[in-house]
Design a protein around this ligand. Structure first.
Ligand code: 13P
Ligand code: SF4
Length: 310
């Protein structure tokens, strides 16, 4: 079947089964085209929390679909490919994190949504890159805080909030692939361009950035700012939506290092989902995300704290 035929079949199944397709901006273009809603992690969690659909097809990575399931224990949550992981979630094993919490008692625990349900269940707050500052600032100044699992986002939060955070040593392989030297070269060729970056990027990349934000915040900046040329330091999938929003502006993906196989910044985890897998999963209602009910209840509390924080 070609993509158009697959899309027609997906639309028919979606209606017949009262399903909703939620997609992240890093998904393949053809998946973004068929989605009912495209958003950043926080917007997708909100959409999942409020949907009346019976089935949620989550076109994103595992921790996102898992969060949707925690918010909807009685709904069917499908993920086109269960191999859609995340280096940040994988880099924070629950037993090691439990030991880290033991070594650092009396801390409030703020975790980035890019982690497993087990890590969320050990947290006081979950956050995303769009509300992390707000959440850190809502905690009394004298209260020590652990931030996990992204050390790059953590360092950025330290700078913005002026707070010292106890950081877990994790990172995103995609956002760590940007080349500082190549970025400088591109900037020299486009002196009027703004560099915009996701806060998962390394400190030396963020230092060059004119604007730092979540995927939705980067899209908003690209649309609303005066800049006609933008160098975009985040996963390349975002360029699909960005180019639709800013037809006349020049968008330049921030270059990755030589050893990066595609010389661009693509998240291989995000790209394991294909239109064909999405069709199969909606048709067969599998693979389904399942979570132990006690774990789900424990992970829900810090997620609700996040949703309460705008
Ligand atoms: P956003 O919340 O900004 O969409 O980020 C999700 C993500 O995985 C970034 O790598
Ligand atoms: Fe995880 Fe990085 Fe992929 Fe986002 S881009 S899903 S943080 S590996």
């Amino acid at each position: 079947m070609n993509n158009d035929e697959l899309k027609q079949k997906i639309k028919a199944l979606r209606e017949a089964k009262n399903a909703i397709i939620l997609a992240h901006y890093y998904q393949r273009e053809e998946i973004q085209e068929i989605a009912d809603f495209i958003g950043d992690s926080l917007e997708l969690a909100r959409k999942a929390a409020e949907t009346k659909a019976d089935i949620i097809v989550f076109a994103g990575v595992y921790f996102m679909a898992e969060t949707a399931k925690i918010l909807n224990p009685n709904k069917k949550v499908l993920l086109p490919d269960l191999q859609a992981g995340c280096s940040l979630a994988d880099g924070c094993p629950p037993d090691e994190f439990a030991a880290f919490l033991k070594e650092n008692p009396n801390h409030q625990v703020v975790t980035y949504i890019n982690c497993s349900a087990e890590i969320k269940a050990m947290s006081d707050y979950v956050c995303t890159s769009s509300n992390a500052v707000k959440i850190i600032e809502s905690i009394p100044k004298e209260q020590p805080i652990i931030f996990a699992p992204d050390k790059n986002l953590g360092r950025y939060l330290e700078q913005v909030t002026g707070r010292k955070l106890k950081l877990w040593d994790g990172s995103c392989i995609v956002h760590e692939a940007f080349s500082f030297d190549k970025l400088n070269e591109i900037k020299k060729k486009h002196p009027n361009a703004a560099i915009i970056a996701h806060p998962e990027s390394e400190e030396h990349i963020l230092k060059l950035a004119h604007f730092i934000g979540s995927t939705s915040q980067l899209l908003k900046f690209a649309k609303e700012s005066e800049y006609q040329e933008l160098i975009v330091a985040t996963e390349a999938g975002i360029l699909t939506k960005m180019q639709v929003d800013v037809k006349d502006k020049l968008l330049i993906p921030a270059p990755a290092q030589e050893d990066n196989s595609c010389a661009c910044s693509e998240c291989a985890f995000m790209k394991v989902n294909t239109l064909e897998k999405l069709y199969d999963c909606l048709k067969n209602e599998t693979p389904e995300v399942k979570i132990d009910s006690l774990l789900s209840e424990a992970a829900l509390k810090p997620i609700q704290q996040m949703l309460n924080h705008g």
